[in-house]
Design a protein around this ligand. Structure first.
Ligand code: NAD
Length: 273
């Protein structure tokens, strides 16, 4: 049993009967969030790339462990019409969408002069524009039913910059801004919208960056982890996927009904500098 499951297993199933979509949930943080929402009783539509057999096995495991409906839609989050199709399939399979967690994201690290324009476009499409398209597809229904929870996984890089991450920092700052606008437009309708801003969390996305930076700096992966990554994070450890998931389940809970428009760091103190 994962630590996420163990921690969430004691929580009330306060999201029973709710329908959630978590984008980018075949891996890393999104998978942890999907597990935590399932543990709280929500039906979950998974999304993301990966091996079809492994994804089917994941769906079966979550159904068996949490006793909730779990489905999968392979929408490419850079394609607006596929995002609409995913929301429609979730509604057809489980009922109208109550909870949207926009989590899918990619990274590319390069100096501005060397940044490939195609990578810029892909990061803006997947990390930022997809948040708009998914929100647009669910918001009218949430407002009509007078309940909804939208959580956007931004980043510490939604609040501060770092060199060589131009597209990612621009997209994540955009996500924080769009979160505030969504919160303001939805506030009267029982719908909240918040951003969660993780610092470094150990996932395949960060493992790839550690390997790339180690090669670029001519350092070992251990050295680059200590000198480049955790040097930023005052806790001197990676945040846990389960800690990000716990922030999301809190924001989806009844008790967070008046929390809206915030950008909540889960970053071991990084943005307190
Ligand atoms: P990850 O690479 O482990 O997972 C990313 C997920 O997104 C995967 O399921 C992948 O299949 C999916 N995905 C990628 N492109 C997609 C596309 N075009 N359409 C649909 N799905 C797509 O990454 P992660 O570290 O878990 O990151 C998840 C989110 O958290 C991202 O938005 C990332 O920017 C953010 N974040 C991560 C960290 C960190 O340290 N890991 C820190 C701050 C913010």
């Amino acid at each position: 049993m994962s630590t996420t499951t163990a921690a969430a297993g004691n929580a009330a199933r306060d999201l029973g009967g709710r329908v959630a979509i978590v984008t980018g949930s075949t891996s890393g943080i999104g998978l942890g969030i999907a597990e935590a929402l399932a543990a709280r009783g929500a039906a979950v539509m998974l999304n993301g790339f990966g091996d079809a057999g492994a994804i089917e096995a994941l769906c079966q495991r979550l159904r068996a462990e949490h006793g909730v409906p779990v489905g999968y839609h392979g929408a490419d989050m850079s394609q607006p019409e596929q995002i609409e199709a995913m929301v429609a399939q979730a509604a057809a399979q489980f009922g109208p969408v109550d909870i949207l967690v926009s989590n899918a994201g990619i990274q590319h690290v390069a100096a501005i002069e060397e940044f490939p324009p195609a990578k810029w476009d892909a990061i803006i499409a997947i990390n930022l524009s997809a948040v708009f398209h998914a929100t647009r597809a669910v918001l009218a229904g949430m407002k009509a039913r007078r309940w909804g929870r939208i959580v956007n996984i931004a980043s510490a890089h939604g609040l501060i910059g770092s060199p060589f991450k131009g597209a990612y920092v621009a997209a994540k700052h955009g996500v924080v801004g769009f979160t505030k606008v969504t919160a303001l437009e939805a506030a009267e309708f029982g719908v909240t919208c918040n951003a969660v801003c993780p610092g470094y969390v150990w996932t395949p996305l960060v493992a790839g960056q550690v390997a790339a930076q180690a090669a670029a700096h001519g350092l070992s992966e251990e050295e680059v982890t200590r000198k480049v990554f955790l040097a930023e994070q005052p806790s001197r450890r990676f945040a846990e996927v389960s800690e990000v998931a716990a922030a999301v389940t809190y924001l989806c809970s009844a008790g967070a009904g008046s929390v809206t428009g915030v950008a909540l760091p889960v970053d071991g103190g990084w943005t307190a500098h």
